[in-house]
Design a protein around this ligand. Sequence first.
Ligand code: C2O
Ligand code: CU
Length: 461
Amino acid sequence: MDRRSFLKASVAGGLTALSPAFALAKTEEGFFDLAAVKGQARLYGKDGGLSDLWLYNDRLPGPQIRVKRGERVRVRFTNNLDEPTSVHWHGIRIDNAMDGVAGLTQPPVAPGESFDYDFVVPDAGTFWYHAHNMSWNQVPRGLAGALIVEDDEQSFDPDCDITLILNDWRLDENGILETASFGAMHDFAHAGRLGNWLTINGASMPDIALKKDRWHRLRLINASTARILDLAPARFGAKIIGLDGQAFDTAREIEGTVQLAPAQRMDLVLRPQETGKLPFEMMTGKPFTFANFVVSETESEDLPLVLPPPNRLPEPDLSSPWELPLVMAGGAMGGMQSMMRHGVEMDMRQMMSEGLFWAFNGVAGMEDDPMFSAKRGDTIVLESRNDTAFPHAIHLHGHHFRVIERNGTKLENPDWRDTFTSQPRETVKIAFVADNPGKWLIHCHMLGHAASGMMTWFEVS
Ligand code: C2O
Ligand code: CU
């Protein structure tokens, strides 16, 4: 579809905006062409104003990159913004040089410059990409998109394999992205930049088309900077088949709410049995509908449900792991008196004047030395403790880990994840094999928290 007919179609209704026409095609040389540009969109629907955004290929969300497990992915990225940026491939167990962390794995891509990303995707599943330079300022302006890695066999009709990028925005009274508060210290020191408006694939209150008596796979991606989404898949008849791109070995029916924190993904299957509308709700407080599933009759072929097989990940050896603490501290109401910065102790006033509110193990922000250096193949157990007054969503680059314990209780399902949530006072143990050489970040994916101290790194050699 060209841009004109696309615009016309999206005015006609929300359904088209959710169609898979967003998938990016390769150039003749085999590259996906991706450019960060300035663009605009109506986040509040057709009655709201146009927001100035930063977009990949002028689309909100960015174009979907869809590849096969094991495929070599080459992305020719061009920066047409006025400030440096980089692209991170979230959740991919990637070659370190291609991880896209400006200042750690590559220099930022200057305005007008290009960078070729070239990597292999070892796992099938739902992943995403986003800006990773001044992320707190770039991601919430729209720089994010889906990276879908298909299994060797595609078991869902393409119309029934639906990617939904959920995003929380802070809009002003005209329905326009509020930009004056970007980087507000108050947000950084509290729960992060929470918004007041949710979109799915950039559309406000969209209808999501489903087919009666057909199996669907829904790939949910929370691209919000700070908003934890409380979802209740069982209320619309869906089961969970995987988290953070890693498939379970069976579909799970979960009653009640399930949290989808910033950067986390959740894959669902459902087979609607009646035509009509099913609300898609956020369950924080009173259920709040932010989209509708619209089920209609179909002639299309009825495919049996084939669950994607789990990926093969290196199994942590828990007989003699290297155990390390990861204590989160700081923030408003956190009671922290001081923290270390480049080997110097700083009191609260000094910290605040430098825009630092958070620490891991008493240290604020990135140091020259890693938090730990692992030998390739070491099993690491991180025991995290949240000594702050807020929840956090902690992401490890380059690896997936099993969440093995919460508050001292071994979990029945030690799921693989790349981002785990931690509630105030909670202890969470995660385990992984440090098998991917390079320099890898550990940070809170509430991007204002990461920018104000909740970020460190480790090394594998
Ligand atoms: Cu999704 Cu360091 O990021
Ligand atoms: Cu946080």
